[in-house]
Write a protein that binds this ligand. Structure first.
Ligand code: TUI
Length: 326
């Protein structure tokens, strides 16, 4: 593949003015300017996660990303952040082109954001939430299946994406369980106009997560992730370790909800920054088994596109074979 010749144009690339319909998931504590800038520079949509960062730290990240690229990038806003109002103001002040949101309905912020030309793309883990954000004026929606890492809903990507597509009339980006060209092609087959990828980008050279976290992803097998916290109503997909086993043991024996929640506090930071992958929360998607090597973000995007197109070509061959066999 020669640089620049490959093009996938969808409603999402047109909406955002990006080259490829590939979002890098906004992963709390992980997705910083280093990763987002590299993804945007390569033609995808890099996304900086606000997580629990303070507005000044976020501003610094936004400016660092702009130093790396003049291409569009996004901010992921956790609507549970105590700084959410200040973050919304910062988005306007810094003229952030795109935001994605998690853990709530951004409806009340949408009119002002849109007036200022900010594209708003909420994450939804269910059809009713997708409908709610579409009615509130979202520009597109990310349908996130439970194959994803971190906080998840109940629906799988395969079931969620086509049902969201039928329920809303804005573009849909598929997320959860996608890490290569086959997954990407499958998402497009379901009707998605873009994909969001988290776990695969954890292995990017530019991803600044602790080396032990990255290694945990690279070593992961198909059976390595599990879901903790279902009993508290906050299911979280992680790589199995001492912490996940402890949480699940407590859950099994009807442990106190508060005690279980307490185990989670600070656990993500412990894994991401300290590299404590036994006692920290190593959030990861179910597809981690496919992620086996560290490579630059640009190369990941190139591989995704090349392999996605190859799948399409094979599929055409298959269609011809079926036709011939009639
Ligand atoms: O947010 C995620 N995944 C995450 S967040 C995280 S770590 C973290 N947690 C709390 C604070 C700071 C960092 C690890 N993984 N995914 C996006 C997502 N949002 N999935 C589902 C939703 C969601 C949930 C409820 C969207 C809307 C909603 O309610 C909407 C309503 O109308 O009530």
């Amino acid at each position: 593949m020669s640089e620049g010749t490959l093009q996938i144009r969808t409603a999402v690339t047109e909406l955002l003015g990006i080259k490829y319909p590939v979002f890098q998931g906004g992963m709390a504590w992980i997705s910083d300017a280093s990763l987002a800038g590299a993804v945007s520079r390569a033609g995808g949509l890099g996304i900086i996660s606000c997580g629990v960062l303070k507005p000044d730290q976020i501003r610094e990240q936004v400016r660092a990303c702009r130093e790396m690229t003049d291409q569009p990038f996004g901010l992921n806003v956790m609507l549970t952040s105590r700084y959410v109002e200040d973050i919304m103001q910062l988005i306007l002040d810094e003229k952030v082109p795109v935001i994605t949101t998690g853990a709530g309905n951004p409806g009340k912020y949408i009119p002002t954001l849109r007036e200022h030309g900010v594209k708003v793309i909420p994450v939804a883990g269910s059809v009713p939430i997708a409908q709610r954000v579409a009615r509130a004026g979202a520009d597109a929606v990310i349908a996130e299946g439970m194959e994803s890492g971190g906080h998840i809903g109940e629906a799988t990507t395969m079931a969620l994406v086509p049902q969201v597509l039928d329920a809303v009339d804005i573009p849909v980006i598929a997320a959860g369980g996608i890490a290569d060209g086959r997954g990407m092609a499958a998402a497009f087959m379901l009707g998605a106009q873009g994909v969001q990828i988290g776990t695969r980008f954890l292995s990017a050279t530019e991803c600044t997560v602790a080396p032990a976290y990255k290694q945990a992803i690279l070593k992961a097998k198909a059976t390595s992730t599990t879901v903790t916290g279902s009993s508290t109503g906050h299911p979280i997909r992680v790589i199995r370790n001492k912490l996940s086993r402890r949480v699940q043991m407590l859950e099994k024996h009807g442990g106190d909800e508060e005690e279980i929640m307490k185990l989670g506090v600070g656990a993500l930071r412990r894994a991401v920054e300290d590299g404590d992958v036994e006692h920290g929360s190593v959030m990861s998607g179910q597809i981690a088994g496919l992620v086996t090597k560290e490579q630059p973000a640009a190369e990941i995007i190139e591989d995704l596109l090349t392999d996605c197109l190859e799948v399409y070509q094979k599929r055409n061959v298959l269609a011809e074979a079926l036709e011939a066999g009639k």
